[in-house]
Design a protein around this ligand. Structure first.
Ligand SMILES: [Zn+2]
Length: 249
């Protein structure tokens, strides 16, 4: 943690002052476990954040709940579940992710899977990699996908049981509004005052990882536009879990 002490009970006051939490408080974590719903979420969504953690010396891991077999963006022939598993492994290697665990829950129906089951799986992975931070999609799912919301719900519950802090990747309102206007999507943003950490990122690793998800190439236009709108910045919300987050002085 780079000598940063996490005081208890500070978690709720931080948003009274926009972005009081500094990058290094988040990037000081050493073993980061990303909990996602679909292969490509770790790259299209979390890619730049994951590679920022790797660049800061953290060991990163990914737990993915589904094989993404329900995707309608089937850009290449073959069994989609098997293809996407390979793509996930390749993308994770580009992002320097140390450990990937891919589960086989039904894509598109994660909300029908028992929350206890999902939580148990998050706990098992968190314990296996000795995670000191969970990284998730924002609670609205960012793209609005119910599977994303369910994965975050499970991670939040698990984080509460292990006293683990949780960082939620989020996008600003203005980016969500622009994408929804241009593409008819359902992105859910947040006012930047509700976003706790502004990370300056290098997208090189993310771009390389995105390219490994060949079966999802039809998703690329909206993705490139999002990255263009975000530039070299990603935003993180700090969810209440663990001992709370320190406000930088
Ligand atoms: Zn997804």
């Amino acid at each position: 943690m780079n000598g940063v002490v996490l005081p208890h009970g500070t978690g709720r006051t931080r948003r009274q002052d926009s972005r009081r939490v500094q990058d290094e408080v988040v990037l000081g974590h050493r073993r980061v476990l990303a909990v996602v719903a679909h292969p490509d979420d770790e790259s299209f969504g979390l890619g730049a954040v994951l590679s920022t953690f790797s660049g800061a010396g953290a060991e990163t891991s990914v737990l993915c709940f589904t094989h993404g077999e329900a995707s309608t963006l089937h850009g290449v022939p073959g069994d989609l579940g098997a293809l996407r598993e390979r793509e996930l492994q390749e993308a994770a290697a580009v992002l320097e992710v140390a450990t990937v665990r891919l589960l086989d829950h039904p894509d598109g129906q994660l909300a029908s899977v028992s929350l206890d089951t999902l939580v148990t799986e998050v706990l098992a992975m968190a314990d296996a990699v000795a995670a000191d931070l969970l990284l998730v999609f924002d609670e609205g799912g960012v793209s609005g996908h119910p599977d994303h919301r369910r994965a975050t719900e499970a991670a939040r519950r698990a984080g509460g049981q292990r006293n683990l802090p949780i960082a939620a990747w989020a996008i600003p309102d203005r980016v969500a509004r622009a994408l929804n206007a241009e593409f008819g999507t359902t992105f859910q943003g947040r006012p930047t005052r509700a976003l706790d950490v502004r990370l300056t990122v290098n997208r090189e690793g993310q771009r390389g990882a995105i390219a490994r998800h060949r079966s999802q190439s039809q998703a690329i236009p909206v993705l490139w536009r999002r990255l263009e709108l975000l530039g070299d910045v990603e935003w993180v919300r700090l969810l209440d879990a663990g001992g709370g987050w320190p406000a930088s002085s």
